[in-house]
Design a protein around this ligand. Structure first.
Ligand code: CTP
Length: 409
């Protein structure tokens, strides 16, 4: 489940032109089910109004240390918060936090809070690179404050350089990561493969399949939400998907490359979820040059690619790792029969099977209808979003990691 849901998040907004992006962040947090209390500094109000945030969050946005019962406001907000995010965070606010100054509602709240703190700096490149700012960043980091960004790019001054605030969607990912880190998979390394591989015919053409990688990337997010360390091996067809914040991503093209990376990472993973649609066949002898459009089309001899899951199972029989191995099956007929066969043949802990003949499940749609097949039985899940399906699979993986049963040979 999305760890942002139901959490109390204090969003501090300071005086940078990037303040307009904080409105988008506040909106995204509210849409994800957070209770968002916004605090604007006096300088932030020069760029954006409290009304904007009030409208987006449905809650009062705070500005002054002296509003209403001031003590209750700052101590209350800081004490109850699950997370304090300051986005954008100017060099000035950073300096105040470094030295424990408390001369506005935001810095008072920061000093009074005991929750994790996430700073998202935004400032001019020279200000960011100034040794004073760098030293301040180092100091707050050493106290456990997390800092994300800034990134290089064009700034309001027209100059290029480091200082641009991360985009709201990326900040949201990091917030999700921080709020999920103490989940039941904390300390577990989950390896996930996603997307389809491409098998070269010549330098410009390849064999591939319709996988988009959406289900695999959703699985990576679901594992992160439960606090896991995640390695995500992405096939070429998933190249355009954004990396979930916190996942270590490995991009591969062919089944061979995927096999190499997966086998290496599997040696240190607690669970492998193989959601990738690995091409089953490849050209026996790919042409080093572009195949020309000749009158008689050439015959292309094909051969099998390595079966990665079977190789992992062999390795697992020797090393005991990963303790849990989950395969995916895309079937168009005899779903459960084929899944049970795959479970046995590839020596898996579980097979998640989906019916690709249905229009609302499988490739390139946002929903899936999975059946989870284990040696103990079948759990049929209803039609749900790929995010929900991923959460259900990772829930089962969490249970299996608690009690993985014997490694079968
Ligand atoms: N898989 C794999 N290596 C391959 C092909 C598939 O590890 N070369 C994995 C997939 O990632 C998936 C599972 O095996 O988790 C099922 O893949 P699928 O292609 O459906 O199974 P096959 O055993 O190849 O059987 P078939 O295609 O005939 O149904």
């Amino acid at each position: 489940m999305n760890p942002i849901k139901g959490k109390r998040i204090v969003l501090g907004v300071t005086g940078s032109i990037a303040a307009y992006k904080a409105a988008d962040l506040a909106s995204k947090l509210a849409q994800n089910g957070a209770l968002v209390d916004v605090i604007l500094t006096e300088n932030a109000e020069k760029f954006i109004t409290p009304l904007t945030f009030q409208t987006l969050t449905g809650r009062k946005a705070h500005t002054s240390l002296w509003e209403g019962d001031a003590h209750v406001v700052h101590v209350g907000l800081g004490e109850r918060a699950d997370l304090l995010v300051i986005a954008p965070c100017t060099a000035d606010t950073l300096a105040k936090l470094t030295h424990g100054l408390a001369n506005n509602l935001l810095t008072v709240t920061a000093l009074a809070s005991r929750c994790p703190v996430l700073l998202v700096p935004a400032m001019d490149g020279a200000m960011f690179q100034n040794p004073a700012t760098q030293a301040n960043l180092e100091t707050v980091r050493s106290r456990g404050v997390r800092i994300i960004g800034p990134v290089s790019g064009r700034m309001a001054s027209g100059l290029l350089g480091p200082g641009r605030m991360l985009e709201p969607a990326e900040i949201l990912g990091h917030i999700r990561l921080v709020l999920g880190e103490n989940g039941p998979l904390r300390g577990q390394h989950i390896l996930i493969s996603a997307g389809g591989t491409q098998e070269a015919l010549d330098p410009v053409r390849y064999l591939t399949n319709r996988s988009t990688g959406k289900q695999g990337f959703a699985l990576a997010q679901a594992a992160l939400d439960l606090g896991a360390k995640v390695s995500l091996v992405a096939g070429a067809t998933a190249a355009i998907l954004p990396t979930p914040a916190g996942a270590a991503r490995f991009d591969v093209e062919s089944a061979d490359q995927m096999a190499e990376v997966v086998l290496q990472l599997a040696g240190e993973a607690d669970a492998l979820v193989m959601a990738a649609a690995v091409a089953d066949f490849r050209a026996k002898a790919p042409s080093p040059h572009k195949i020309k459009k000749v009158e008689t089309p050439p015959a292309i001899e094909i051969e099998r690619t390595p079966d990665i899951l079977s190789l992992v199972s062999e390795q697992r029989a020797q090393t005991g790792k990963p303790r849990v191995v989950v395969g995916f099956a895309a079937e168009s007929q005899n779903l459960l029969e084929n899944a049970r066969d795959k479970l046995k043949r590839k020596r898996l802990s579980m097979v998640a099977v989906n019916d690709i003949s249905a229009k609302d499940a499988g490739f390139a749609v946002d929903t899936n209808r999975l059946s989870l097949v284990t040696p103990e039985g079948v759990e049929q899940l209803p039609l749900m979003s790929k995010a929900e399906a991923a959460a259900a699979v990772m829930q089962r993986v969490t249970e299996m990691l608690r009690d993985p049963g014997p490694v079968t040979n």
